[in-house]
Design a protein around this ligand. Structure first.
Ligand SMILES: [Mg+2]
Length: 264
């Protein structure tokens, strides 16, 4: 038994439909993926960006949120490594206080970069949002329908990260996805972490989301080294597609999952 979107999975298997059909139908073909660039020394991050670019990625999420001076260098060096059409997001993962965030957004105001989740609280992020003209992403502060509707009402962000398991599974994520489309807020469709099964779940929600509102998505299974399900999406040139098979279209590799912790 596996516990990712189980109700949707069972409904898909019972009806013979892929989950993306149950979530509204196919709304795009190739789902564009981002690559996270781990936080290390600034010039090494720019080199990593270039190597991921060579693998086909065109969207990059820099992990910043350290001290403002080194983060300014990270953003500038990585922006210089981009090609036309690439997308750069500087994700502070709540790491800055408001004065540090103010220094960074002022110092990179001439750079084509998105600023993601600069500070821990919603209120601190709102202060930073009002200090910058750069496009703004909220992640850690969007965990529920309530968080989303408050953010929409406040004009607190241009994009959100929609993490499926964090918001309560596919049914809640679909509701939030549809609210985002109504409000004009594109999404990075992803999760907190995962492998083949989570990547398949992301792919189905993203496949049923119009491309204009699918800012990016994540192929978590290419970060790991162990296959835990067959039939999961595989990245091709920086994109993926959901399976057309019933349900998630994946079969868990039980031997890879190890000894069950609970059997029902
Ligand atoms: Mg983030």
């Amino acid at each position: 038994m596996f516990l990712v979107g189980p109700c949707s999975t069972i409904l898909g298997k019972a009806t013979g439909l892929p989950i993306y059909q149950l979530l509204g139908g196919k709304a795009q073909d190739d789902i564009k993926l981002y690559r996270a660039i781990s936080q290390i020394e600034p010039s090494a991050m720019a080199a990593n960006l270039a190597s991921y670019r060579a693998e086909g990625y065109t969207k990059f999420q820099l992990k910043v949120g350290a001290d403002a001076d080194s983060d300014i260098a990270r953003i500038r060096l990585c922006a210089a490594a981009l090609k036309p059409g690439d997308v750069l997001v500087a994700d502070a993962n709540t790491g800055w206080t408001m004065h540090e965030a103010a220094r960074v957004v002022n110092a990179v105001r001439d750079v084509d970069v998105y600023i993601e989740q600069p500070c821990p609280t919603y209120e601190e992020c709102l202060v930073t949002r009002r200090r910058t003209a750069l496009p703004f992403v909220l992640d850690e502060n969007i965990g529920s329908v309530h968080d989303l509707t408050r953010g929409i009402a406040d004009g607190a962000m241009d994009v959100i990260n929609l993490k499926i398991s964090k918001v309560g599974g596919l049914t809640k994520a679909r509701l939030m996805r549809d609210l985002c489309i109504e409000a004009g807020v594109p999404m990075t469709i992803e999760d907190t972490w995962g492998g083949d099964i989570v990547t398949a779940t992301i792919a189905h929600l993203a496949q049923s989301t119009p491309a204009d509102f699918c800012f990016s998505a994540t192929d978590f299974n290419s970060y790991g080294t162990k296959d835990i399900a067959s039939g999961a999406p595989k990245r091709v040139n920086g994109t993926m597609r959901a399976s057309d098979g019933p349900g998630l279209g994946v079969e868990p590799i039980m031997a890879a999952l190890g000894t069950p912790v609970l059997v029902i």
